[in-house]
Write a protein that binds this ligand. Sequence first.
Ligand code: PMP
Ligand code: GLU
Length: 433
Amino acid sequence: MYNTKQVLLPGFLNTFVSSITYSVQYPSIMSLDPTKMLAAKVKSMEESATIRMAQKSRDLASKGVHVISLSLGEPDFDTPDFIKEAAYTALKKGNTKYTPVPGTLALRNAICEKFRLENNLLFEPSQIVVSNGAKQSIANICMATLNEGDEAIILAPYWVSYFEIVKFAGGIPVVVSAGIDEDFKPTAAQIKAAITPKTKLLIFSSPCNPTGSVFTHKELEDIAKVITENGNILVVSDEIYEYINFTGNHVSIGTFDGMAGLTATVNGFSKGFSMTGWRLGYMAGPKWLADACNKVQGQITSGAASFSQEAAAIALQADRSEALAMREAFHRRRDLLISLMSDIPGLKINRPQGAFYLFPDVSEYYGTGNGKLTIQNADDFAEAMLTEAHVGLVSGSAFGNDQCVRLSYAASDDDLREAVRRLARCLAQFKKL
Ligand code: PMP
Ligand code: GLU
């Protein structure tokens, strides 16, 4: 059973002879029925909306459209040179082999020192697991702890992947929400009310993706009280935006009385050091949890890239001048974007204290149309802005809030100005139906 196919000459030969096709015989292909083959867990999994919207923006751009993508949460700065130099050195000297699954001892020591000096948290290297990104650290924790039917409270608006990771691990996401009038911060009382005998995890980020909200010392202390009173819940505190905090004061929930044994602190290099492509994150927590994450990771991916780890240890040991310079740039852009967006009628905007996102309430535009498209929800809004204004945003529905959309201001001033000009022009065409 063979198929004959017309094939274009390989690219390098085309340089000499253009557009010549020749016939090749390939074995025929049998196919499986994906509806039968795919696991129910995967069928019910949502694709990451941040990644989907970024890809949609790229697809439109590849057709020649000038798209301004404010969809992906990725710093627009390059990785600082001294970190890149450290990776070149690591590669040149042959640091290209497997590392221990939870990370090199050098990096885990540097992480312990970072926690001690910057966060007032004390860990041994055996309590640290370095992963291929904070995303994997969160997945490790969920897989290590959740049994079928266990509940994980997720504070909303939440980062897209928490919800799907919990589901994939067999858990039930229990969403506790706050709106823009509460600066998107659910209270300790709301969390307490959501706890049941099945609650195993509480997951949140501060500074928060997608809202940029930062929980205050008091708010975290109140949450810590609820957790210590209960005594059966592990807090997963995602602190990946630690350095992008405009209040100047990052508080780790693990520092409150009783919390060290009840907290997994997640962090990474993607945001503060602008190292998204290096794929490096880490968790620190009670030893039993680190051991379990180590076991999970050891069967799935092994240790993170060796040279990334060597460079990351050097990044952690250096001063924070580059991270602080990036923070200042984000701070200035936040103010710029808020002042530009305030001129667009019908948007409700708060003043986030960290990360690099704005999460405006766009619900005033629901029930409007421009003659071509109608907006009934946040998905429609994001879609309309991409196709009509060529500005990529992410619908709030992906983050558990259908009133808002997320804009990342990890972009140049010129792009931010042009994006807002386009949004304003486009939204002016949308009239009540
Ligand atoms: N947590 C939050 C809140 C994030 O925004 C992201 C996105 N980068 C991650 C975790 C995952 O980061 P990493 O690139 O380290 O996997
Ligand atoms: N965390 C980033 C975001 O929220 C990157 C994309 C992703 O990992 O989902 O856009």
